[in-house]
Structures are given as structure tokens and as C-alpha cells.
Ligand binder design. Structure first.
Ligand code: TMP
Length: 243
């Protein structure tokens, strides 16, 4: 089937979401080349970033599906549009951490790279005007962001996804430091993985050299963004691309 974009439903900092002609149950995600950090304070546009993210995200969604973890992903077409199931998004960012970095390092003054076992799961409330604050289960219920059963399934799914991803990344010479997921409810009422999994939303370090290959290059001016993302793509595609 060739799916056609119709109306723009939503435009985020790194993505556009379109309705699909004749398919009210689907959406099309278009990945932009723009990058933002620190709640939109720092901005840039980087050629090829969008296509690398969509390719990496596609490989990971496909891989997770083979491991029994379905997502909203339906197909990625030759124009690099990602056709997805339409979900009612839960306004929560689910962060999983295997090693200390980023805001956790800052919050508790821990050494960067220190292993965390078992992995930590944290929830953040998706609200740009508030800077996506950390949210407890009790706060989420109080704000009617979600109910406990849904929060429990988000955390369980996030840890399952972490188990699968921490199995593949070391095989391609990458360390999965931490990452962010978003989930939504499909038309059958099922919680499904949505959004993207890309170097914009993960921290990935070279296993041997420790080189940071993800969006931290942009956040902290550590080097060419596309060069880092391309390395991640090349390594992953050796393992995951269909031959
Ligand atoms: P943090 O250390 O800044 O809290 O980030 C944890 C992980 O979540 C890291 O892999 C980057 C990702 N992330 C996003 O994808 N979007 C965001 O808005 C933030 C703050 C983090």
C-alpha cells in the first residue's frame, strides 16, 4: 500500500505528524533535521539528521517487534516517511538508565559512566512550559496524567525494551547509557511503544573509546552530530539490516 500524507496534525521540535488519506487509524511521522536542547533554548539544523534518525528508529522498532515488543511502527517508505498506528499518547517520558550521565549525574553528583544495577526507570511529565519535570506515580495520578496500572505497564515495558536493547548494542561496539521512550494507547486499548528511538533520544558511547556518538555532541559541542549518528547507523545496520 502507498500511504499518502494529508493534514499536518502536530509539529514538534524534531518531528512532523500527518494524518493519512483514507486511514483514520494511521499517522505518518516525518523526521526533521532540526535539533533542540535545554527545552528549546539551543537550536540548530543538521543535514541528514532526520534520515539517519528515521533509519535507526526503523531498525530498532523492527528488531523489537521480532523480540515480541510491538510498537506503533507499520512501515517506513522510500521517501523516509514512517507510517505508524495512531495512538492516544500518554504525556509521560519514560527514561531508562544503565550508567550515570546527564541529569542524574548532576542531580546526585555521581561519577559519569558509573554502572547502575538494576537499571533505573524514571518518569517525566511531558509539558514544555514546565520543562518536562520529574513526576512521581502519586503526582501522575493526582494530575490525572495516568492510572497506576498504566504506569506499571510503562515501567515494565521500558525494562523489557532495555533488556532487548542492552543485548544488541554491545554486539556492535556501543554502550547504551540511557534512553527515553514514549507510549500511547491503540484503538484496542493496548499500551504500545510510540515516538522514536534514535540518537536524539538515547545516549550511546563507543564501547572501546568512550566517544559520545549521540545528541550530547550537539548539547555540549562535542563534535560533528551527523558523524556520530552515522557511526551508530553503520554499526547497527551491520547487525540488523536485512541482507
Ligand atoms: P537526562 O539525563 O537529560 O535526564 O536524559 C536522559 C535520557 O533521555 C537521555 O538519553 C536523553 C533523553 N532525553 C530525551 O530524549 N528528551 C528529553 O527531553 C530529555 C531531557 C532527555
Amino acid at each position: 500500500v502507498n500511504y499518502q500524507k494529508s493534514d499536518l496534525i502536530y509539529e514538534g521540535k524534531a518531528k512532523k505528524v500527518f494524518a493519512v488519506t483514507g486511514h483514520s487509524d494511521l499517522i505518518i511521522q516525518e523526521f526533521k533535521n532540526s535539533l533542540t536542547a535545554f527545552n528549546g533554548e539551543k537550536k540548530a539544523s543538521v543535514d541528514k539528521k532526520g534520515q539517519l534518525n528515521i533509519s535507526i528508529s526503523t531498525m530498532l522498532f523492527k528488531y523489537l517487534a521480532t523480540r515480541g515488543i510491538p510498537s506503533h511502527w507499520v512501515k517506513t517508505d522510500e521517501n523516509l516517511n514512517m507510517v505508524c498506528k495512531k495512538l492516544k499518547m500518554i504525556p509521560v517520558e519514560v527514561v531508562v538508565r544503565n550508567f550515570v550521565a546527564g541529569s542524574l549525574k548532576k542531580k546526585f553528583n555521581k561519577p559519569e559512566g558509573e554502572p547502575i544495577q538494576p537499571a533505573l526507570v524514571e518518569l517525566y511529565f511531558k509539558a514544555d512550559d514546565l520543562g518536562d519535570p520529574f513526576i512521581s506515580d502519586e503526582q501522575a495520578k493526582w494530575l490525572k496524567v495516568s492510572d497506576q496500572a498504566t504506569l506499571d505497564s510503562l515501567k515494565k515495558l521500558a525494562l523489557q525494551i532495555n533488556k532487548e536493547l542492552t543485548e544488541i548494542f554491545p554486539k556492535v561496539g556501543l554502550k547504551l547509557v540511557d534512553f527515553k521512550l514514549e507510549f500511547g494507547i491503540d484503538s484496542d486499548g493496548k499500551v504500545l511503544l510510540g515516538d522514536e528511538i534514535s540518537p536524539d533520544t538515547c545516549r550511546l558511547w563507543d564501547l572501546k573509546t568512550g566517544e559520545k556518538l549521540d545528541k550530547d555532541r550537539f548539547r555540549y559541542d562535542l563534535g560533528d552530530v551527523v558523524e556520530g549518528y552515522q557511526k551508530i547507523f553503520d554499526k547497527l545496520s551491520k547487525l540488523l539490516e536485512e541482507k
